[in-house]
Ligand binder design. Structure first.
Ligand SMILES: N[C@@H](CCC(=O)N[C@@H](CS)C(=O)NCC(=O)O)C(=O)O
Length: 211
């Protein structure tokens, strides 16, 4: 499997899932400024939206969108048990993947990252994010993971919560979420992905400065 990723982006969730499963994969870095891979491949030919993650399966299929990619990885590597089988438990996983993708990733963090978002919109975004993080905090207090065990939803949630380092989202206000983030950071698959992607991010920053 090939994973098109950008360091510390939401695609880190797929890397965590692959490490969790101990599965071999080719990691292809995309420069989101140029929409090219570091090898010079036109990423828009892979995903016309220019968004990571995208995977190329061993059958040559291209799949995009975090919720779909993460469930594909989980289903493709069943021994890692990264997603429950069909039924209510699977619907619950999808509930969390949708919550993370829409309420946190797109509604909260994307406007905070965008340098063109006016300050008053950022302030309102943070205000609205409050209820989402409080809801999450309530769920995570006294729970180790989003579901009964580690799943691809935890991988996605960690990748998104990690953006607190570059935004005014202060997890100290939500101790259940803060403790969950701190615990997951120590998990071997997460620690490895984070350290590797931090290093790649720094290299990317230096490359952009030199360009
Ligand atoms: N709906 C997409 C969104 C993916 C997404 O937002 N990816 C970001 C990185 S976290 C990206 O590629 N951003 C580049 C851009 O917005 O131009 C999904 O869930 O996979």
């Amino acid at each position: 499997m090939d994973l098109y990723f950008s360091p510390l982006a939401c695609s880190m969730a797929s890397r965590i899932a692959l490490y969790e499963a101990g599965a071999p994969a080719r990691f292809i870095e995309v420069d989101l400024k140029t929409r090219r891979t570091l090898e010079g491949e036109d990423f828009l030919a892979i995903n016309p939206l220019g968004l990571v993650p995208a995977i190329r399966t061993d059958d040559g299929e291209i799949l995009t969108e975090n919720a779909a990619v993460l469930q594909y990885i989980a289903d493709h590597l069943p021994s890692a048990a990264l997603a429950p089988g069909a039924g209510m438990a699977r619907s619950r996983l999808q509930q969390w993947l949708c919550f993370i993708g829409t309420e946190l990733h797109q509604a909260l963090f994307v406007p905070l990252f965008d340098p063109k978002t006016p300050d008053e919109v950022k302030a309102r975004t943070l205000e609205k994010g409050d209820s989402r993080l409080s809801y999450l905090d309530q769920h995570l207090t006294d729970r180790e993971f989003l579901l009964d065990r580690f799943s691809v939803a935890d991988a996605y949630l960690f990748a998104v919560l990690n953006w607190k380092i570059a935004t005014p989202v202060d997890l100290e206000r939500w101790p259940g979420v803060r403790d969950y983030y701190t615990r997951l950071k120590e998990r071997p698959s997460v620690a490895r992905a984070l350290s590797e992607e931090h290093a790649l991010y720094a290299v990317g920053q230096a490359r952009h400065r030199a360009a």
